[in-house]
Unconditional design. Sequence first.
Length: 981
Amino acid sequence: MFSAKGAFSSQPGASPQKCGRPSNQALKARFNSADGMIDMAPRVNRAFSAHAFGGGANPGALPQARGEYCACGATHVEQRSRRLRRSNFRKRCFNPEIRARLLLLVGLFLIMFRPGMTAENPFSFKDTPGKLPKEVVPTDYSIRIIPNIDAFTFTGTEMVKLNVRSPVHQLVLNAVELEITEASLDGQVLPKSALNIDKEKELITLALTSELSPRDHTLALGFSGKINQQGQGLFCMRYQEQGSGAQKIMLGTQFEATDARRFFPCWDEPAFRAHFQLTVVVPENWLAVSNMPVDSEKKIDGGKEVRFSATPPMSSYLNVFVAGELDLIQSRVGPTQIRVIATKDKAELGRYALEATAQILQYYNDYFGVQYPLPKLDQIALPGGFGGAMENWGGITYYESGLLFDPKNSSVETKQNIYEVLAHEMAHQWFGDLVTMAWWDNLWLNEGFASWMGSKCTARFNPQWEVWLRRNLPRDPTRRVGIAKEQAMEGDARSTTHPIHQPIATEAEANSAFDDITYKKGQSFLRMLESFLGEDVFRDGVRRYIAAHKYSNSTTADLWNALSEASKKPVGEIAAGWTEQPGFPVVKVKQEADGKIRLTQERFTANFKNAPPLQWKIPLTYSVIGQAPATLLIMSKTDTLENIPADRALKLNVRGAGNYRTEYDEPSWILLLQALPKLGVEDRVNLLSDAWALVQADRAPVSLYFELVEKLPASTEIAEREQIINVLDFINGLLVGNPERGKFQRYARSLLRPTFDTLGWEPKAHEPATAANLRASLVNALGDLNHPEIIAGCRERFAKYLANPASLAPDLRPAVFAIVGGYADEKTWTKLHELGLKTTSIEEKQNYYNALACATDPKLVAKTLAIALTDELPTSRATSLVPKVARDSGHSEVAWEFAKANMRALLAKTDAADSNRYAPSLFTFFSDDSRADELKTYAKNNLPPESAPEVAKTVDEIQFRAEFEKRLASQLSTWIGQKDL
């Protein structure tokens, strides 16, 4: 699933710190915890051992590293440790104080000298976590659904073939917000008294009067449910029809992670694969779409009945049903029919997506060594309901602007995003659908791999987009949507991070697992691992994995085993530190007197005092400038490089492909600065990113970063310039209300204006494909930095656009509209609003409403916020206006007060996956410590326990910003004071 969290996304890796730093007494108590684990963090609310939730690990094995939150909101368990036999220990040490001190020493010893980590066990159905008993397994579903669109309800019936593996006296399955109207087993009607509903656990239990013997049985159920207004289960979407502008309605589904149970009663856990045959009743003029082709269609009273062929064995969350007044375009790739489906008169806008689908499908058929197994692959554009994309097998759904491309009105950025999202979701058809993670603790197997594969495929066919390079850019989550490994690393350095492989026990935890660590850290680690093993060897391992587990499930261990077989290297041993524990290392470089280079690794952290020390096996790459790169697998805390010329610059992390930071000593750094013109853009961007991270972590002054920026050779390389833009953008947002902001803006403008002057307002013949993206970024950044000429230029171009829309290039429209909106008077605001109401293009509508959210006039801010409560936009897009206002208007407090007064109405329109992060996201833009306390109080009184991780991240972000602003303002004043501006 491709998640477009956008403004809802607070920076990953934050700490609630509600209890402050634990006292010595508290630490002692934690070493004597109920489960015998040695923790270096506050006692957690839920401590799940690897045995309970790690895919069947042995009881005596080391517990997995986990990210968990305590009831008070403090930091998480991060340190792996051996279990102590407390009963024996107590016999030797009766004094609690002495025992606690000894335990503390033992704990510190294990932290410093812990044995090597191992990954979890391979997939075993019986050992897979989950609430559902494993004695009963569904093999085939036959489901019939009749929606009542006027009443926003539906009725359904289903027949489920069951394989009972051992005698049972009850059947347990999932259902939520469904009324069970009838039930029978093997033709025998079950009384209503046999049904027990556990709403909290989302389970229904059918008690049987006699023991059910091990063999095949058939369960029949009748049920009814509701059609939701937001993207959860079966939902409806209202939209304006292309051309006529008429108001229309259609239906769609969104089941990941745990919402298939809202559509039909089922065994709604990933390991319970089955065949699904769906039949639906829809209006006669509607097109109905599901995972498989239509098997039959017949007219009935009130519409038509559409029966789809049965799917191959798959997990329940991969089912899909979409219906409405739809058009399509189609083609073929070998035996596979490919289609793009959209609302009436919009399908032709899917032409680019159709061509890209054909290209990507052929590539994946070859790469994975297994042909796409379904007879058709649909790419379905939805005009609302949710903001991302979902990899339903054979019927992938996308928010409309993520699939449709208008050559006359869409930007180059839109085209690039469409391709990469297509590549991501199509990778899931193998990694996620054909082979599915056994449980949600291995969600990264789906999302991290699809993110890596999608970028790899995009880079292969579109090298001019510099995909990997731009994925290494830092994106301030309070200002822009993050897309890079840098955003994951920013969060992974914080106290509230978690391992890639994390424990999942509840539905809420499953939904919260879709974060930057799962997607972007997973992606970055796989890229580093592929670089270490080699592309051909890595692909061979992936093919082995797919072949061994197709139409089944897997764990991380299964992937490591396949890669180990292909590479003849201990991949699981190397990978464990990256997937089973949080964080990542920084490699410190020091020139020794004997001429050797001393390398030392330690955990890299930011705003995380007393972080438990951790260690990794690092596939490190390095090069002496002018020589070929080399690789060193660092297996311990320290290592050395020999025969490095003392007068030659040494660069670690070649091309920035590794998931680690580098900190150079002064002599090494001076040599690198002198060698900058000889470095490729990938390495220059890596130096910029690491330098900025060191500043954020208080490991270096801000002068380190800006000295590097000023020494860079003149360039219009987009990745290099956008790295600088994003840092300047972050600082500009951080300094709102600070007296140093004006000086900083002048300095920042002086850094960016030369590049803009080189590019100019208008495209030039033969300019690189990325020039349009960079031009738009510069206009946006310089406008935000209050550059008078840029603001005037945006106003001038907007006036011309109103008279002739073709006069403004699509690539510049979002930036120009945003700057015009930011400085808008009421007349301009009203015009932008009228344009947004009129257009039927989702992309154009987003551009106009985003511009409204930039308004800084308090009266206009209030008018923009009020739109969030109307039906002008799809539900989730309407509620996203509030955090957009908080981010872009400079009126975060006004946005929060509005949200607080209308929270119930806003949450009713918010996607289920975003509901727990919605309120915390509105605090992400504050830099005042008192706001952290306010959020904790609000969360305690108003938010469910499941929101604790998001609250923790946001509290940490506020505290980090508050500390960083003070430190940064002083350092900037000194640095800028030396400049002649």
